[in-house]
Write a protein that binds this ligand. Structure first.
Ligand code: HEM
Length: 496
């Protein structure tokens, strides 16, 4: 009996050792993994975020073009050499067409149709269909909804600050971006500034949030996609899914019967749906729903960090307000699409926030074998044959905060985006929205809504950081996007 147990243990040890020798056998350097947890044990035990772990490994392997790591049990190649990174995203994209994220369309009909998780030809087809939804012409048409919601937000702040000047920035940004999503993707009033817990808020919370997505679920999705696939993990629960389908179906029916045209995303998607039978109603629902994840969740987070950075940096805040007032004075004191698009310092503040606090590290899959030999100065001349199926990690946070590419990386310096002299720009390393054929589809919408919201707030209010904010910021270790523990509290007072 004991002999059998001993034999099983020896066999297990041998198998684990063999599994975790994948990179060693290929001569790829990398940190020592733990059985089962790989290099992410601290993440599983809630000590650090996955991004913090990746950034630390990135920094430890200076001079190496790539590093072999283990995302739990899966070997993954972290890319450090800017040339290889660019090849993966742009030049040799055909070898890396998919994201490393498994969602089964049969189990998750809504999330499984999100372009971010689609693969191969199906992704290509859907991407081509959806691209016309995001042109600058379409953004201009939707500006009116964003402007109306920004005015609502100002009225809301006016009322709230009568009671207390301190506000949680993300809470405010959630209300604003959710109202935008409701208006542009569902053709509805989100009522997020009128009601404490409107239906849209509840739905969004269930659909995607650090609590809604489920700590463990999202961790498994990112670190062990094959486990998620094996366990048939469902991201969107049945009731939420059905409610989304009902909302979109009834809106579509109402518009058809009453010949309503609003020029929003729903209208554009309906055109695709009628022109092409392959784009069914569930596709329209799925794409409207993907706004929650792709549109509201990302944008509300980024916008709250922009407000937080501006609140921390009074010099930048003053300069931004001057720009806003100057542009407005030349345009009849009225915000318009053109006015918002003509504010370089506002754009620089947004870009610098996205550099300093990047929203996500990119995870790709090698879809066709690929060979690379590093010849770049400053990197060891290593060669690698990447096998199809290999997971690839592009450490956006590590790159964005590497002083070689962006000097004084932990300082908030929007000016670097005005002259673009940093080495990182020459090497195309500023990639908060990704790059190449899979670059963020909704970046124009995301950028526009954040700019509108921030411009309105800074025009009317002076911001400073409230002592309730826990500094330095610490992030929820289980959430895939930066989620500040304790919140981002700011004081808001009226500009004289
Ligand atoms: C500031 C806000 C946003 C940030 C930082 C952001 C960032 C990103 C990133 C990093 C990716 C992955 C790119 C890659 O795989 O190479 C992505 C993909 C995507 N984003 Fe965004 N995003 C934002 C807002 C939005 C909005 C507002 C929408 C839609 C309304 C959107 C829709 C999408 C879609 C559909 C994809 C998948 C594209 C594909 O795989 O073809 N995003 N985004």
């Amino acid at each position: 009996m004991w002999l059998l147990v001993a034999l099983v243990l020896v066999l297990l040890y041998y198998l684990i050792r063999r599994h975790y020798s994948y990179w060693k056998n290929l001569g790829v350097p990398g940190p020592k993994p733990w059985p089962l947890f790989g290099n992410y044990a601290d993440n599983f035990f809630g000590k650090r975020t996955a991004r913090q772990i990746a950034t630390e490994i990135y920094r430890d392997y200076e001079g190496y073009p790539f590093v072999g790591i283990y995302k739990a049990t899966t070997p993954a190649l972290m890319i450090r050499d800017p040339e290889l990174l660019r090849n993966i995203l742009v030049k040799d994209f055909k070898h890396f067409t998919d994201n490393d994220f498994e969602v089964d369309k049969e189990i998750d009909p809504v999330f499984g149709r999100n372009p971010f998780v689609l693969k191969g030809q199906e992704w290509k087809h859907k991407r081509a269909q959806l691209t016309p939804c995001f042109t600058s012409g379409k953004m201009k048409g939707m500006y009116i909804f964003l402007d109306t919601n920004a005015q609502r937000m100002i009225r809301y702040i006016e009322e709230e600050t009568k009671m207390s000047t301190s506000m949680e920035a993300r809470e405010l940004c959630i209300r604003f971006t959710l109202d935008n999503v409701a208006a542009c993707a569902f053709g509805l009033e989100g009522k997020c500034f009128d009601e404490t817990n409107p239906e849209f808020r509840i739905l969004a919370h269930k659909l995607i949030s650090p609590e809604g997505l489920g700590k463990i679920t999202s961790l498994i999705m990112i670190l062990c996609p094959w486990v998620a696939s094996f366990l048939k993990i469902k991201l969107v629960d049945k009731d939420t899914e059905q409610r989304l389908i009902d909302i979109v179906s009834s809106t579509l029916k109402y518009r058809k019967e009453n010949k309503v045209v609003r020029n929003d995303f729903l209208d554009v998607m309906t055109e695709i749906s009628t022109e092409n039978g392959l784009f069914s109603e569930i596709d329209v629902v799925a794409n409207s729903a993907s706004f929650f994840g792709d549109g509201y969740e990302t944008s509300s987070r980024v916008m709250s960090f922009v407000l937080f950075e501006i609140a921390q940096n009074s010099g930048a805040q003053g300069r931004l307000r001057e720009e806003i007032n100057e542009v407005l004075s030349k345009n009849g004191n009225k915000f318009t699409y053109e006015v918002i698009s003509n504010m370089p310092y506002l754009e620089a503040c947004l870009n610098e926030t996205l550099r300093k606090i990047s929203i996500i590290d990119l995870v790709k899959i090698c879809t066709e074998d690929y060979t690379y030999e590093s010849t770049a100065p400053g990197f060891k001349p290593l060669k690698i044959n990447i096998k199809a199926g290999t997971s690839i990690l592009l450490p956006v946070d590590g790159l964005h905060r590497d002083p070689v590419y962006f000097p004084d990386p932990d300082k908030f310096l929007p000016e670097r985006f005005l002259d673009k002299q940093d080495e990182g720009f020459k090497k195309h390393l500023y990639i908060p929205f990704g790059d190449g054929p899979r670059i963020c589809l909704g970046q124009r919408f995301g950028i526009l809504q954040i700019k509108v919201g921030v411009a309105y707030i800074i025009k009317h209010y002076q911001l400073s950081v409230n002592s309730k904010t826990q500094l330095p910021l610490k992030f929820n270790p289980y959430y895939m996007m930066p989620d500040a523990i304790g919140g981002l509290w700011i004081d808001i007072t009226k500009v004289n």
